[in-house]
Design a protein around this ligand. Structure first.
Ligand SMILES: [Zn+2]
Length: 377
């Protein structure tokens, strides 16, 4: 990539940091004062980033996540080029274009070159039968043949239909059960997302009971990029209508969100002590960097999802676009949101939620929100 300005002012390194992203990706962030111009190379167990026209900054110390693949990091100045050498715990393959980003300055951040990678080498070029014996002098070393031939990975979405089995969820006056509505929507959503090129998994495919932690762990096992938990709501006020969208936080954003999380968490019948214990385990499993990244990505998805619902003219429950509460099902390393699709306690919305037409409208809005979600940042 050529610098945009031929005689650009000299760039300066501002910070170096690593973190761990969902899917066990190590993220290396190189922050610079101006837009970086870079090349990458991959010596054994190293990732080398050459930044053109950039000065070293010995006044900074790299913040390295102990969970990541980067063991240590060093800067060296070669004329105009700043070389950043990341020493890795395990070898990596060439980083694909889709895992390299340059982010514009925002808030406290300057330009950031963001590189995501996982352990493992590119598949080696397969040997062609016994023909190699003919010219044994050509011992092609695997190092020279490391052209990455990995196919574009499909994003993995885990769709969680809430409740099920002995737990019906909330029940409308007309007898409509939350567990049936959300399963129907989940199946429709799976079909449409599959058709749109995503890889999807349902946490339940039938009328079965699953603990909340099991649902979260399915998302972990599938290395999901996004987790969507589907629910329908009930409110003591039968006039209350509309959808609402939630992400995980330790503190509820409002009293209503708090009550809702308590109601949804009750599906698990986790005692107070058990719940604390579970929280503790998750807290150990997640580094603060990771927690922060997951929360940020979830917020971004949820905000886009609310926008998509509103654009589809789906009635919204009065209040903020995204609310927060300590939902047990959202406790994982996977970004995601809990969608309350509407109120079964409202007679007209109960009728609406049962129809294929309205379910498809909801599904289309969710599909759009997934397509618009930026999986890479
Ligand atoms: Zn529910």
């Amino acid at each position: 990539m050529l610098p945009r300005v031929a005689f650009a002012a000299r760039n300066t390194l501002r910070s170096l940091r690593t973190g761990v992203q969902p899917g066990n990706k190590t993220r290396l962030v190189i922050e610079t004062a101006n837009r970086p111009s870079y090349t990458l190379s991959y010596p054994t167990n190293q990732l080398v980033v050459n930044l053109a026209n950039t000065s070293a900054n010995t006044g900074i110390s790299a913040k390295l996540s102990s969970d990541g693949l980067v063991k240590s990091i060093a800067q060296s100045q070669n004329g105009d080029v700043l070389q950043i050498v990341a020493n890795l715990r395990k070898p990596i393959a060439e980083i694909s274009k889709s895992s390299i980003m340059i982010l514009e300055p925002n808030g406290d951040n300057d330009y950031r070159l963001v590189l995501d990678f996982v352990a493992g080498t590119a598949p080696s070029v397969s040997k062609t039968g016994k023909s190699s014996s003919a010219k044994s002098e050509y011992t092609t070393s695997s190092a020279t043949a490391t052209t990455a031939v990995t196919a574009a990975r499909k994003y993995v979405i885990v769709i969680d239909a809430g409740h099920g089995g002995k737990d019906p969820g909330c029940i409308g006056k007309g007898g409509t059960r939350e567990k049936d509505i959300v399963l129907s929507v989940a199946k429709k959503l799976k079909n449409k997302l599959d058709a749109s090129g995503f890889k999807t998994h349902l946490t339940r495919n039938g009328d079965t009971y699953l603990k909340l932690a099991e649902r979260a762990s399915i998302a972990e096992k599938q290395h999901a990029d996004l987790f969507i938990s589907l629910h329908a709501n009930a409110n003591p006020s039968r006039s209350m209508k509309g959808f609402s969208i939630y992400t995980l936080s330790e503190k509820a954003s409002d009293e209503e969100a708090k009550k809702l999380a308590e109601a949804e968490n009750a599906a698990d019948k986790i005692g107070v002590s058990g719940f604390t214990e579970f929280e503790e385990n998750i807290r150990i499993a997640l580094s603060s960097l990771q927690q922060h990244a997951v929360a940020e990505m979830s917020e971004e998805y949820a905000t886009g999802c609310a926008k998509s619902f509103k654009r589809a003219d789906i009635e919204q429950q009065p209040g903020p676009d995204v609310r927060h509460a300590p939902f047990a099902v959202l406790r994982s390393t996977i970004p995601g949101a809990l969608l309350e699709l509407g109120h079964l306690s409202n007679a007209s919305e109960e009728k609406l939620l049962k129809t294929d037409k309205h379910q498809n409208k909801l599904v289309d809005a969710i599909v759009r929100s997934v397509k618009n979600y930026n999986f890479e940042v």
